[in-house]
Design a protein around this ligand. Structure first.
Ligand SMILES: [Mg+2]
Length: 226
């Protein structure tokens, strides 16, 4: 077997290892249920609001605010949403990809942007630490820099000095590939399957584009270790 111990594969989290719309759905449902409990009303009506695709272009929390006669502020709902422990699972294709890369001898890492509690609640719900060493999980709020800056990748390089072949896998051309490209990493964009929160159709300079594009994480292990 080829020696892959010099390969680092770092992943983005949202819309790369799982679909962020699942988190959003989980958060809305949590807020609806909690409001129902607090206000002692049946949950069905509130769940219907947050599950409806047709609330006239308004944010579901604004509709919930009216529905509950202004008893719970939108600000509090946002707080509940951000703190909630999500009901989300790691797709099989992601788990398989991580297992295959780890078995091939690659070092795995996670570089994600977001709030401490929100991102770690996702990481725990998805059981990411089963596959990636907690020391190589980097959350922007914890390190004080997001992916618009070089720091998250510089820091990961320092944490993995034995890795000279480095990869970053993400979905967002606005911030996922520019810095790793400039630093000599290989970059891979997982193409939007129609469910992504952020568009990939943005007009950006070449340095913002991933070197490779894939439609499924199943394509990643042979690309990285081939
Ligand atoms: Mg993402």
């Amino acid at each position: 077997m080829a020696d892959n111990s010099d390969i680092l594969v770092a992943f983005d989290l949202d819309d790369t290892l799982y679909k962020e719309c699942e988190y959003v759905r989980s958060g809305y449902r949590y807020v609806a249920r909690r409001l129902a409990r607090e206000l002692r009303v049946p949950a069905e009506g509130l769940l219907e609001i947050v599950e409806s695709d047709n609330v006239g272009g308004r944010h579901p929390f604004d509709v919930l605010f009216e529905y509950t006669d202004g008893n719970v502020s939108v600000e509090r709902m946002v707080g509940m949403y951000r703190e909630h422990v999500p009901f989300i699972t790691l797709p099989d294709v992601s788990a398989d990809c991580l297992v295959r890369l780890a078995s091939a001898g690659c070092t795995l890492a996670l570089i994600t942007d977001g709030r401490h509690t929100g991102q770690w609640n996702k990481i725990r719900a998805l059981a990411i630490e089963r596959y990636i060493d907690g020391r190589l999980i980097s959350v922007s709020a914890d390190i004080g820099a997001d992916k618009t800056l070089p720091l998250p990748w510089e820091r990961m390089q320092e944490l993995t000095p034995g890795c000279t072949r480095r990869w970053y896998i993400g979905d967002n051309p606005l911030k996922d590939f520019h810095h790793p490209n400039l630093m000599g990493w290989n970059t891979v964009m997982l193409r939007d399957d129609g469910r992504n929160i952020k568009t990939q159709h943005v007009d950006l300079p070449e340095s913002y584009r991933a070197r490779f594009e894939i439609d499924s994480l199943g394509e990643l292990p042979p690309l990285v270790t081939g």
